[in-house]
Design a binder for this molecule. Structure first.
Ligand SMILES: CC(C)(COP(=O)(O)OP(=O)(O)OC[C@H]1O[C@@H](n2cnc3c(N)ncnc32)[C@H](O)[C@@H]1OP(=O)(O)O)[C@@H](O)C(=O)NCCC(=O)NCCS
Length: 162
């Protein structure tokens, strides 16, 4: 029986998380809604599978809004990604947040279904937003997942209720 635990991200797993973020997103910088995040400084949660880190979520709380900045799971289709989203939701609720939101890009069609099935709704479709993001992070590739040109930001949101 695998032992799965979710822990707040601490210095113990920072090196691992920075490597994962760099591998997955090109660097530890992430841009959303015209804002440059330094994900190596953000709070997060790590999933440990038999003590080995296998998934990471980073988030940013601003007032009563909580943004999921990055989410990565290396052990897919086992409920690990969903559990991390739920953990951030609970953390945000405990900190008085009323809204959980995130940005994904138009190439990430899998994320569209993943987040909607978790109860998120589309809150905005920001056409050509990536042009501005590239001013902050020039390394954002032009071609993304599924061979799709990365162009737009899609904002998803979920209201946080008890
Ligand atoms: C998106 C991502 C985080 C999902 O992680 P995950 O650990 O696979 O997430 P879950 O296992 O909770 O859910 C994935 C799917 O597996 C299904 N699932 C969960 N447990 C399952 C099980 N035991 N057996 C079969 N399917 C299962 C879920 O219902 C879900 O289905 P859906 O995609 O049709 O909604 C992961 O695919 C990933 O890292 N992608 C690359 C980075 C990325 O795109 N991040 C999100 C955008 S910021």
């Amino acid at each position: 029986m695998p032992n799965i635990r979710i822990k707040p991200l601490t210095d113990k797993h920072r090196q691992w998380s920075n490597e994962l973020l760099t591998e997955a997103w090109g660097s530890t910088e992430a841009v959303s809604s015209g804002w440059l995040h330094h994900t190596d400084k953000l709070p997060g949660f790590v999933t440990l599978l038999n003590d080995k880190p296998v998934a990471l979520v980073t988030y940013n709380i601003d007032g009563d809004q909580c943004e999921i900045v990055t989410l990565n799971s290396l052990e897919e289709k086992q409920g690990i990604g969903s559990a991390l989203v739920n953990t951030v939701r609970n953390e945000a609720y405990s900190k008085g947040c009323v809204r959980l939101w995130l940005i994904t890009t138009n190439d990430n069609t899998y994320a569209f279904s993943f987040y909607q099935r978790l109860g998120f709704k589309v809150a905005g479709y920001h056409i050509n937003a990536i042009e501005k993001s590239r001013e902050l992070k020039p390394s954002i590739p032009y071609i993304g997942m599924n061979g799709i040109v990365i162009r737009d930001e899609i904002e998803f949101e979920m209201m946080i209720e008890a």
